[in-house]
Design a protein around this ligand. Structure first.
Ligand code: SF4
Length: 320
C-alpha cells in the first residue's frame, strides 16, 4: 500500500479564478464567439472547456474580427497590444491578474524616474513579453531580461546607479533570491519593489511542496507543461532528490513511477482545477494508493473583483 498525501494550498489562485470567470461572464452576457488572446490561463483542461462554451483562442489581435470582444489573458499584455486593441475599437475585457498589473505599474514608474529596468523571468513566457512591453522606451532607457545569475555580469545599463528590478510573478522563490543577490552586488543602489513581485499563490504553493517532499517518495504535480508555476513545483521535488512528474491529468500517470514507493505527494499548479487532482487521486487509489490526507498549510483568502461591466460582485478564491 502507498499513502497519498495532498499539498495545501494547491491549485487555483485568485487570479486564475478571476480570469476564468471573466471569460464565462463575457460568454454569458454577449454570447459566442468571445475571442481570448493567448490561453487565458495555462491549463489544457480549462482552455478546452472554455473553447467548448464558445471561446476562440488566438495568439495575435489581427486574428480578431472588427467589432468583436476580446479578452486579454491572465499573463498580461504589452502597451503595443493595448494600443492596437484601442485603435481597432475592439471591446476589451482585461483578465490580466492584478498582481501582474502591479508589476506593470512598477515598470512604468521606474521608466518615469529615468531608470533602466531589469526583469528577472523566463524568455518567451507571455507574462515576460507583456511586462517587457510595458516599458516606455520613448522616455529613453531600456528594459533587460535576466534569466539566471550567469546573465548578470553581461548586463549593459545606462547608469549603474539608477536601475530598478522587477520579476515574473511565478518564479522559483529560491532561484530568484540568488539572482537578486547577484544584481545587488553589481548594482548596490538597485531599486527593488516595495512588496515582492513573486505572488502569494506561487510562494504558498512552493512552501507547501517543500513540506510535502519531506513526507513522500515521489511527487505528482497536476498542471500543463506551459504552466510556469507548475514547472517550478516539479523542480522543488527534484531539488529535494525526489522524482517529480508534471501531468495534465490521470491519463499521463505511469504505474511504474510508483513501484515500490511508500508514499506519493500530489499538488497542483495555480491554473489546474481541483477536479483533475481528484481524478489523479482516484487513479492512484486504483493502483493501491490509500488515504489522501492534506498537509496542514497556509489558508488563502485573496479575492479579486471582476471588471464592473461583467459583474459587480467579487469572485472567491476556491482553493479546496
Ligand atoms: Fe496572479 Fe499569481 Fe495566480 Fe498568476 S499565479 S494569476 S500572478 S495570483
Amino acid at each position: 500500500m502507498m499513502d497519498v498525501i495532498l499539498a495545501n494550498p494547491r491549485g487555483f489562485c485568485a487570479g486564475v479564478d478571476r480570469a476564468i470567470a471573466i471569460v464565462e461572464q463575457a460568454l454569458a452576457q454577449f454570447g459566442a464567439p468571445i475571442y481570448v488572446r493567448h490561453e487565458v490561463v495555462h491549463n489544457k483542461f480549462v482552455v478546452d472547456r472554455l473553447r467548448g462554451l464558445g471561446a476562440v483562442f488566438v495568439e495575435e489581435l489581427d486574428e480578431v474580427p472588427a467589432g468583436a470582444t476580446v479578452i486579454f489573458s491572465a499573463h498580461g499584455v504589452s502597451k503595443a497590444v493595448q494600443d492596437e486593441a484601442r485603435r481597432r475599437g475592439l471591446r476589451v475585457f482585461d483578465a490580466t491578474c492584478p498582481l501582474v498589473t502591479k508589476v506593470h505599474m512598477e515598470v512604468t514608474r521606474y521608466a518615469r524616474e529615468g531608470r533602466d529596468v531589469i526583469l528577472i523571468g523566463h524568455e518567451g513566457h507571455p507574462e515576460v513579453e507583456g511586462t517587457m512591453g510595458q516599458f516606455d522606451a520613448s522616455l529613453g532607457g531600456r528594459i533587460c531580461l535576466v534569466e539566471d545569475v550567469g546573465d548578470v555580469e553581461g548586463l549593459d545599463v545606462r547608469d549603474p546607479e539608477s536601475v530598478g528590478v522587477v520579476t515574473q510573478t511565478t518564479l522559483s522563490v529560491d532561484d530568484t533570491a540568488e539572482v537578486l543577490a547577484a544584481l545587488q552586488r553589481r548594482f548596490p543602489t538597485l531599486r527593488t519593489p516595495r512588496k515582492e513581485d513573486i505572488c502569494y499563490a506561487t510562494q504558498n504553493r512552493q512552501d507547501a511542496v517543500k513540506k510535502l517532499v519531506e513526507n513522500c517518495d515521489v511527487v505528482v504535480v497536476v498542471g500543463s507543461q506551459s504552466s510556469s508555476n507548475s514547472n517550478r513545483l516539479r523542480e522543488i521535488a527534484a531539488k529535494a532528490g525526489k522524482p517529480g512528474y508534471l501531468v495534465d491529468g490521470p491519463d499521463d500517470l505511469r504505474a511504474e513511477w510508483f513501484a515500490g514507493k511508500q508514499s506519493v505527494g500530489v499538488t497542483a499548479g495555480a491554473s489546474a482545477p481541483e477536479l483533475l487532482v481528484q481524478r489523479v487521486v482516484a487513479r492512484l487509489k486504483e493502483w493501491g494508493g490509500q488515504g489522501a490526507d492534506e498537509v496542514v498549510g497556509r489558508a488563502e483568502s485573496v479575492v479579486f473583483a471582476l471588471p464592473r461591466e461583467l459583474r459587480p460582485g467579487p469572485v472567491s478564491s476556491s482553493t479546496p
